[in-house]
Write a protein that binds this ligand. Structure first.
Ligand SMILES: Nc1nc2c(c(=O)[nH]1)N(C=O)[C@@H](CNc1ccc(C(=O)N[C@@H](CCC(=O)O)C(=O)O)cc1)CN2
Ligand SMILES: Nc1ncnc2c1ncn2[C@@H]1O[C@H](COP(=O)(O)OP(=O)(O)OP(=O)(O)O)[C@@H](O)[C@H]1O
Length: 197
């Protein structure tokens, strides 16, 4: 199972690495167009949701246009920090104009004194995904752990962000895999059906 996941992960990352810079920028702008609707559809009334984005690494798409659009709409933004094996991610508050520091993995993250805040809507990168919402990341299991912990407490919306070329018919799953609710690609917005209980 793990060899199969590793092979798929590699193929998905290779496909993403092959996206040219113009298409990458186009996708970042598309995320800024469709992202706010996916956030506000989720929670129409009351406090605006807390939304987590990510600081792109490798060939992950840019998040800055989306961050600015959400910030302008009054949404509180957070980014993951303190990544360590075997635990859910911790998120700290961030404003697109704020300076970021560089974390232990070389990923840019909010400075240490930024307040910790739990997201309601999460934009999540993937190396591969399928239409049921199953995905693979970098193989550490942190996203799965995070989604499981949040879902045990409240209703969240997990939005995968990936290029259409990263789709696989059926991503192999294990009992710890937590599906996405929506996947946004450079071509589509896929709403994933809830699996039968
Ligand atoms: N941008 C971003 N931030 C994130 C995540 C993510 O997937 N993307 N994470 C989601 O959980 C957490 C960090 N977890 C990570 C776990 C493993 C690797 C990793 O193995 N990276 C590859 C190199 C990736 C590349 O540069 O293309 C490596 O070290 O070989 C990276 C992040 C929190 N922040
Ligand atoms: N409760 C758990 N949640 C997630 N992963 C777990 C859990 N318990 C053990 N693991 C292990 O952690 C690793 C996660 O692998 P998997 O291929 O699902 O990661 P991934 O989905 O690519 O990672 P991520 O969720 O960080 O994006 C596996 O080795 C798995 O066996």
């Amino acid at each position: 199972m793990h060899d199969l996941k590793d092979e798929l992960r590699k193929a998905g990352l290779k496909a993403r690495d092959g996206i040219d810079p113009a298409a990458r920028e186009q996708f970042a702008n598309r995320l800024a167009e469709v992202g706010p609707r996916l956030v506000f559809d989720f929670r129409r009334a009351g406090e605006p949701p807390v939304v987590s984005l990510f600081s792109p690494i490798g060939s992950e798409p840019g998040m800055l246009p989306l961050a600015r659009a959400l910030n302008a709409a009054g949404v509180r933004l957070v980014l993951p920090v303190d990544w360590s094996h075997g635990s859910p991610l911790v998120y700290r508050s961030w404003d697109p104009e704020d300076r970021l520091s560089v974390g232990p993995l070389g990923i840019r993250e909010p400075v240490e004194h930024a307040p910790e805040l739990e997201p309601d809507v999460l934009f999540i990168p993937a190396s591969v995904f399928d239409r049921r919402g199953f995905r693979l990341g970098y193989g550490a299991g942190n996203v799965d752990r995070t989604l499981r912990a949040l879902r045990a407490r409240k209703t969240i919306r997990a939005i995968g962000v990936a290029y259409a070329v990263q789709e696989h018919m059926l991503v192999p799953t294990e009992s710890h895999d937590e599906p996405l609710d929506v996947v946004v690609t450079d071509h589509d917005i896929l709403f994933c059906a809830k699996p039968r209980q």
